[in-house]
Design a protein around this ligand. Structure first.
Ligand code: DNO
Length: 355
């Protein structure tokens, strides 16, 4: 498997490429043009600029996270045609620089959702926190205010300009159910299929985070049953998964090790994140260590190792430690510790295999 590290781009990330290069065993960056709105065609000169920056440090740019899907595609309205054409053009351009995997999500309106970005932990670190009751009772606008109150950061997909249209968008989704969302995903995947095949690019859908409905919006990438349905929707290798342990694993009913073993051959990108789930359904993101959270990270890595997994893996959200000032969940220190934890496990498994 190939170890990677998410990087938000020059001038947009507190972590430098030179630091990423120094994390043992790290081969590539996971990148995107974060300032572009969903649906825009990615300019070739900007794609080439990222390639040049990564090349300087010998890091590959094989994985993009994300090329975001325009809301009209998720809603299945006529306007989607132009945005699907744009998506295809971006796939073709990414193919030219050798991109192998595109991570994306199909969550209506919002990407990941938390109630606190810097929740204080007993050891003095801070971490991303989800308070279930709050999300069940608060209005989406108010959650935005709550989350961004004490920091310059907000959550992905919660940019103020998008929130202006929020009421209209939420109202449109009133008539869109789970089956509609599956049908709209199928339509999208079928339309982009030829471009994916021509460029040998795998699409890796990210699970919904958290993996259940919020604000009465439908969510479909939530469980083993639904993963099964989505892989069968377009039963071809280019339709694959980003297997995020923390997203699926924040619902206690998901057995992530079993899910990984079942769909191994369609997983093109592995996100390793640990979360601790409380009895009331709240959860907090912990260090990557198995003993610190509710997810069997050791079991997860064993499953990938046993299958001789050949695709990409990365540490996911880390805590904020050692006074690092960073993007929520995406500091250098705790994610680098996460990689070393994974390296330790994988090296041990390797040596046991040789005996
Ligand atoms: C959270 C990330 C997600 C992910 C998107 C993929 O930190 O894993 O925001 O990038 O859902 O489209």
């Amino acid at each position: 498997m190939k170890m990677t590290f998410r990087w938000y781009g020059k001038g947009n990330d507190s972590v430098k490429l030179s630091y990423i290069k120094q994390i043992p065993n790290t081969e590539g960056i996971v990148w995107a043009l974060h300032d572009l709105a969903a649906g825009e065609v990615w300019p070739m000169d900007r794609i080439l600029a990222v390639k040049k920056q990564a090349d300087e440090y010998g890091l590959n740019i094989d994985v993009v996270e994300s090329v975001n899907v325009h809301e009209s595609i998720k809603m299945g309205i006529d306007e989607r045609e132009v945005y699907i054409d744009n998506y295809i053009e971006t796939i073709n351009r990414l193919g030219k620089v050798g991109v192998k995997v595109i991570c994306y999500n199909f969550m209506p309106v919002f990407d990941w959702v938390r109630t606190e970005l810097f929740h204080e932990m007993p050891d003095g670190s801070t971490a991303l926190f989800f308070d279930k009751h709050t999300v069940e009772t608060i209005k989406a606008h108010d959650l935005f205010e709550l989350v961004s109150a004490n920091s310059n950061y907000t959550m992905a997909g919660w940019e103020p300009e998008r929130l202006k249209e929020l009421d209209v968008v939420l109202a449109t989704y009133k008539d869109i159910g789970v089956d509609d969302l599956f049908a709209n995903l199928k339509y999208f995947l079928e339309r982009i299929g030829p471009a994916c095949k021509a460029n040998d690019i795998k699409m890796a859908i990210h699970p919904d985070d958290p993996p259940f409905s919020i604000f009465n919006l439908p969510r479909i990438v939530t469980s083993k049953e639904n993963l099964d349905r989505l892989l069968k929707l377009v039963d071809e290798p280019y339709n694959g998964l980003t297997l995020c342990t923390g997203s699926l694993g924040s619902s206690a009913s998901n057995d992530v090790v079993d899910i990984i073993k079942t769909y191994m051959d369609r997983i093109y990108f592995a996100h390793i994140r640990n979360v601790k789930i409380y009895e009331n359904g709240d959860f907090v993101e912990t260090s990557h260590r198995t003993a610190d959270g509710s997810i069997d990270i050791l079991g997860v890595l064993k499953a990938y190792h046993e299958a001789d997994y050949q695709y990409y893996i990365r540490p996911d959200h880390g805590r904020h430690i050692w006074d690092e000032v960073c993007r929520p969940g995406y500091g250098l220190y705790d994610r680098a510790l996460g990689i070393m934890y994974m390296n330790g496990i994988l090296d041990t498994l390797d040596s046991l295999k040789k005996k």
